[in-house]
Design a protein around this ligand. Sequence first.
Ligand SMILES: [Zn+2]
Length: 490
Amino acid sequence: MPAPQNFLQYCDDNALNFVKRLANGVHIKSVSGDPTLRNDVFKMTDFLEGELQGVGCTVTRKPLGEQIIDGKPSGLYLPDVLFASIGNDSTKKTILIYGHYDVQPAAKEDGWKTDDPFVLDYNAQNPGELIGRGSTDDKGPVIGWINVLEAHKKLNLPLPVNLKFCFEGMEESGSEGLDDLIKNEATSGTFFRNVDAVCITDSYWLNTRTPVLTYGLRGIIYYNLTISGLAFDLHSGAFGGMVHEPLTDLFAIMSNLVAPDGTILIPGVNELVPAPTPDEIKLYEDMDYSMQDFKNSVGDESAGDMSVNAVTQNTVSLLLKRMRFPSLSLHGIIGASSGVESKTVIPAEVTGKFSLRLVQDQTPANVDPLVQDYVCKLHKSLNTGNTYRLTNVGDGLPWLEDYHHWNYEAAEKATIAIYNKKPDYNREGGSIPIALTFSDQIGKNVLLLPMGRGDDGEHSVNEKIDFANYIGGTKLFGAYLYEIADLASK
Ligand SMILES: [Zn+2]
């Protein structure tokens, strides 16, 4: 059964009220990374708790305790995770929804074209873009769910499924405490009991036209490579040519990790990845993506169809590189001169930063020995007196979901019903660790169902969500629940 007409109509009739609710949410400066705004994050917890209760949810606040900063208790408390539920009918499916209510920092001086990043800016007569911090990441989607529940309450419509919500307030600051909470709850709590599938609403379309369903994310392994040997910094006039310089050694090693065209040069790393099947290649060929989309997303202003930045002009290969293959990026050097002055120092110790994005069947555990081994060989070949230290400073597994599942089927049907378009099946190049946590801990299918577009500018200035996506997304979320119920009844 598709979503009932009166639900869709309610969304249109109340669209401006939905926008006002979003404006109320955006107005709270819930910046989790700024300790001076921690009270505002808690205000957002209160706001959301009130909204959820107002539309019929039972809400439990899950405290996460004191925040640890630099290994010490900071006196700051982590914002509560909200566990909310509505419906308890054993004949219906139970869907767990995840979103976050904290945001990235924002200041007018960063270059916002509106007066205040925390005042949702839009034209009430003809709403196009709704501009404000958190509009798309992730207050729009979170409040979209409240809108869905409000419509059902006001129309006296029974929900087609039971719903549970997990809304956190530290996502933009590494989701501190969330993993442990979810693990504890999954092993000894009751909240996740009976959950049949998970839906994460915190991602974006690939472009501005075509909705996507996301079923995979790359993992990561991040390294610091430190080269040292000199007792202290030296002067190049006095010692240049006499010593093995740590920075020269570092350049020699780092320039052999990856080729300028992006090819990873570490033996064995690429070999861990199975070649795409013809089925998969077809998915990438079907994706709505053009060279112009690529150019828009990297700020390439070159005229014509070709991009000067791309390593290939073939969009299928570009998409494969983003979603299906690993990559290695060099990020920076600690300890080297970075000012404008012409410093003639020979730094005694430097640290290069690089990371690999991982895909199946790579894991940090099977990639790390290959990287360690290769860097050791490169270092040996330098015949240098300097020593090196290669440290894994953080990693995460890639995540891949089975998209031939009713959870995805329902989302596809809902997308066609609301947007009149088949969604693209997408894997993201970045990492959202919560997807993997839910997969592992709850053991149910996980879907990423985005609301916003690829040009929304989450994390940057002038973050926006389009009115069409905010209202369309609210309808989509509702329609998705009806399609789940429909598939379950067959
Ligand atoms: Zn987000």
